[in-house]
Design a binder for this molecule. Structure first.
Ligand code: ADP
Ligand code: MG
Length: 202
């Protein structure tokens, strides 16, 4: 089962991974955006890590709700409200139990992803974070490793797409041939989930 410690670990691993990969995320965003995706997420996840160290929320749902709130209040770009909504909605859907299983997490993440779609109006194929998140949620029923692989494939598969949402869509056809920064950071988030789950029975 997955408890609050597991969810805290997920957020801490994600924060470390965003720190390590910030330059790459910003480089991807400099090709089809405004070169701030890495620094946006770095600021957001550092705030998440600092808050979780201070507050130690004691249920899975509360950990993600607190994390989502931090992202919304600290990240200026489009990705802050979108990732914040993802985590907050997922946290809310997890309810107030002390532990959840992987199936419940998959269902809750589905609700979170639907929140992202409702807020941003994007769908899979639009060259956004959803191109990694949706396949990951679909695959999570099979396991954390399957979700990670699906997210990574989804992120890579954004390269030949033309962006239809967000800043990259202003480029029209010139957005083709570049991997989407948000899909790339979503793959990091799902990889962090797998890493947090190592040795845990979901
Ligand atoms: P900004 O575009 O405001 O500079 P970021 O650079 O932090 O924000 O994030 C850009 C990423 O946000 C994109 O690569 C894309 O994956 C994601 N994104 C942008 N708009 C949307 C949307 N409407 N729905 C889902 N994801 C989006
Ligand atoms: Mg940007």
């Amino acid at each position: 089962m997955l408890d609050a410690d597991f969810f805290r670990r997920w957020m801490m691993v994600a924060a470390a991974s965003v720190d390590r990969e910030a330059e790459r995320l910003t480089a991807l965003d400099s090709a089809i955006g405004d070169a701030d995706h890495g620094s946006n997420l770095q600021r957001g996840f550092r705030a998440v890590a600092a808050t979780l160290e201070k507050e130690a929320p004691d249920t899975p749902g509360a950990v993600l709700t607190v994390a989502g709130r931090q992202l919304i209040s600290t990240v200026g770009g489009a990705s802050g409200p979108l990732y914040g909504t993802l985590l907050r909605r997922t946290g809310k859907a997890l309810g107030e139990g002390a532990e959840v299983d992987r199936a419940a997490l998959a269902e809750a993440l589905r609700a979170g992803v639907e929140g992202v779609m409702a807020l941003g109006g994007a769908a899979p194929g639009d060259k956004t974070m959803l191109d990694a998140l949706v396949p990951a949620v679909d695959a999570l029923g099979e396991g954390f490793a399957a979700a990670r692989a699906a997210a990574e494939e989804g992120a890579v598969a954004t390269t030949p797409l033309q962006a239809r949402k967000g800043r990259a869509s202003y480029l029209g056809e010139r957005s083709i041939g570049h991997q989407d920064p948000g899909a790339t950071s979503s793959a990091l988030l799902i990889a962090a989930l797998e890493e947090a789950a190592a040795g845990v029975e979901g």
